[in-house]
Ligand binder design. Sequence first.
Ligand code: GYE
Length: 324
Amino acid sequence: MLKKITAAAGVVLLSVLTACGSGDGGTSSTNGGAKDGLTMGFAQVGAESGWRTANTKSIQDEAKAAGIDLKFSDGQQKQENQIKAIRSFIQQKVDVIAFSPVVETGWDAVLEEAKAANIPVILTDRAIDSDDDSLYKTFLGSDFVEEGRKAGKWLVENAGGPVDVVELQGTTGSAPANDRKKGFAETIASKPEIKVVASQTGDFTRSGGKQVMEAFLKSVPKIDVVYAHNDDMGLGAIEAIKAAGKVPGKDIKIITVDAVKDGMTALAGGEINYIVECSPLLGKQLMELAKKVKAGQDVPKRVVTEETTFTQEQAKAALPTRQY
Ligand code: GYE
């Protein structure tokens, strides 16, 4: 039923992960400013999750491997910080600006400034909501609606009777939160006995997931399933479920998105029931796209990441060779 495409899907994107700092809200530069090479300004969302940490490492490692001078900024989940970073990249006249927009709307003004300065912009991981697609060259990242559908499909296939679901949403206004909610809702609509009875943001963090789940456990009379928009919130929910004397994975089933190491470990250990993969290893493709954009070559407007899904058994098999 589920295709074993794990290895094939992951391998093209693999990178060697080494430890490096994720920034402190300021901008840091690596490679000492390769004079003839390409300079990239990268405005990251923050360091909210295991996914984000792996994504940052992938970008820093692959910039180094490609000889790209990376100016990296950590936006600490705040749009204003990302806008400030982009403005400073424009002032510094970088060759390419890449960024992962924390929320979907509100980017037109700053991207028009980049356009006026003739600095190409690449969106990575998350998309923007704008009528003007000339504001960026390409968008590299996952299909989040499809991820939500995959989560919903597993539940539709595995739900016996009536199922009450609580949803832990990602950051309000972010593309993955909007789209994972949409894809899931669309899919479970085919089975009226599956209902989302409560839905709230946990901001993609472990502590957020824990806090919201604690509140749900007090206020929602029957909870059969948790659908968390990422592993970290699911892991926070596990703590809350255990503290309430219930068994995660059994009394309350858990579906998450990402498939980072900690999530996969909980899945293999029976505390999560299903994970939809979202690959953070975007660094290599991003550097390749940046080089092409700088050279004035055509790039596809949309590059979609290849991804799979994991059951508990598949997680056990995949864990020993998992890269993130
Ligand atoms: O799923 C979550 C992170 O934008 C795909 O952001 C990314 C999401 C990821 O915080 O863990």
